[in-house]
Each structure stands twice: as C-alpha cells, then as structure tokens.
Design a protein around this ligand. Structure first.
Ligand SMILES: [Zn+2]
Length: 294
C-alpha cells in the first residue's frame, strides 16, 4: 500500500473522530436549548398546528342584515377550548371569537399565550374579557379603567390590535358601557334568549348597536331545539346570531358543554349552511360597507 493511501485513510479516520466528538458535544447543548425553549415558549404540538390550517380563511365578506350570519364565541380562554373544542371547530370549519382574560395565561386551567396565538394564526379572533374577570359594575372608576385598558395593552402586545370586548358575567350599566366605548368598538352581552318571541335572541337590523351586541350563552341545559329555534329565526330574518360558549368538559357545570354535545351542536350549526364568521370580521365588513355607502 502506498504512503499516500495510508495518509488519506488516516485523514478520513481523524475527520470521522472529530465529527463524532462534535456530535457528542452538541447533542446535550441542543437538548438543553430545547429544554429552555419549552420552559419559556412551551413544546410545539405539530399535530395540532397542522390541523389548524384546515380552517379556511376565505369566508367571503359577511353582509350584516343582508344575509343570515352566525358567530360562535368563547369566553374566558379555558384550556379545554384548546384541547376539546378546537379539533371540532376545525372539523366543521368554524372560525370563532375568543374573549380572553389577560391575566390568566400562567394558570393551568386557561390557555397559554402560545395556545391563543396558534388559534389566532388559524383564523380565530382574539378579543378582550378584562384582566381579572371582575364585575365591572362593582368596580371603582380606577379599577374599571385598569381592567379595560390594561387588558387591551397586554393582549395587543401579544396578538396585535384588539377591537372587541365582552363584559365578565354579563355585568354592565351605562357607566361601564360608556367606558368600554372609549377603548373598544364593540361589547357583547349575554341577553340573547331563544324563548323571546320578538327576536329569538338574534341581532336584528332595526335594534342593533355595536355598543351592546346580543349574545346567547350556551349552557348545560341548552337543547338542540333552542338552537334550531334561533338558527331558523336567523335564517328567516337575515339576522346575526351570536353564541357564547365557555368550558368544554364533562363537569356538568352550568356553563360547561360536554365535547359530544358540542360536536352535535356544531354539526347542527354548520348544517344550516349559513355564513359563519368571527365577530370582528362581521363588524369589519359592516364598517367598510358603511364607509362605502357614504
Ligand atoms: Zn367570562
């Protein structure tokens, strides 16, 4: 064997050894980096992130009171919305509005910033539901302003412009609505009622204000017949039905809906074939139309 071949072989060998040493050295560093990333950002859930793209962003332009529209909202940002509701929302292609409490991201029962962000990236709207979920009608003016402006600031920093708001516990009065109006373009209430024979809990052209949008709170006792009544009326009147959910679990609590029940309800809603859009998207289109008509 020539000297040349031997030195070539030993050079290859020494390169292999150094490559091995580098890998040996870098692997724990990589592991440590991922650990730090998980600590601060949370582990990536590629399965869920993939399914997010299933929501079609192009729902077209919602024409308020010229066609029936359904909006599905969730209050409080419960973790079960992410784990239980989200796969169903994607299955039925329903983009929602999420009213998030700005002070609960670290609490295990609620979604983290990363979870809310991935919902937003999939086409769900992020809106405000205060910082601490306090009854605003009982708050002094300093607390009221802090709950409204701090939640807007915190959420805007993480998710971009925040325009829409819902009062915790549905509690509101002239004073709180006026304060909300200075910082947000809309507030959603909890006054929708399928047994109201005038409007069946649906927003109608003649009796509509962005300052107090009618919302129906879906609860454990809500029946398919309740939903049908509202959806039929929405369809017949070119109205805007705004539904509000909370937890999606088996707790049986007043405002909790079981995953299997949510599935039935979303299937019913989607089956009507009405336009389904997040609240903010409906108002954006409505405002653009109002400007165009001027
Ligand atoms: Zn709430």
């Amino acid at each position: 064997m020539s000297d040349k071949a031997t030195s070539f072989r030993s050079r290859i060998a020494s390169r292999l050894v150094s490559a091995f040493v580098i890998v040996l050295f870098l692997a724990p560093l990589y592991g440590a980096a991922m650990w730090v990333k998980d600590l601060f950002i949370g582990p990536a859930d590629t399965r869920k992130v993939q399914s997010f793209s299933a929501i079609e962003q192009a729902t077209g332009t919602p024409r308020l009171f010229q066609e029936p529209i359904v909006t599905v909202t969730f209050d409080d940002g419960w973790e079960s919305i992410y784990t239980q509701a989200l796969p169903l929302l994607h299955e039925f292609n329903i983009p929602t509005t999420q009213y998030i409490i700005a002070g609960t991201f670290e609490h295990p029962a609620y979604m983290s910033v990363a979870q809310v962000r991935s919902m937003q990236q999939a086409g769900h709207e992020v809106a405000s539901h205060t910082v601490t979920h306090t009854d605003l009608t009982q708050a002094d003016s300093k607390t009221l302003n802090r709950e409204l402006s701090d939640s807007k600031a915190i959420l805007s920093k993480e998710f971009g412009p925040i325009k829409d708001f819902a009062s915790p516990l549905g509690a509101k009065n002239e004073r709180t609505l006026a304060a909300i109006g200075t910082l947000y373009r809309s507030q959603r209430n909890t006054e929708g009622d399928p047994n109201n024979t005038t409007d069946r809990g649906v927003n109608l052209a003649g009796a509509f204000t962005k300052a107090d949008i009618k919302g129906y709170t879906v609860r454990a006792t809500t029946t398919m017949e309740d939903l049908r009544r509202m959806l039929d009326f929405t369809k017949a009147s070119n109205g805007w039905l705004v539904l509000t959910y909370h937890q999606v679990d088996m707790s049986g609590e007043t405002y909790a809906v079981a995953p299997a029940v949510l599935r039935q309800q979303l299937e019913l809603i989607a089956g009507y074939g009405l336009r389904i859009a997040p609240l903010g998207q409906v108002l954006d289109a409505h405002e653009a139309g109002e400007k165009g008509n001027r």
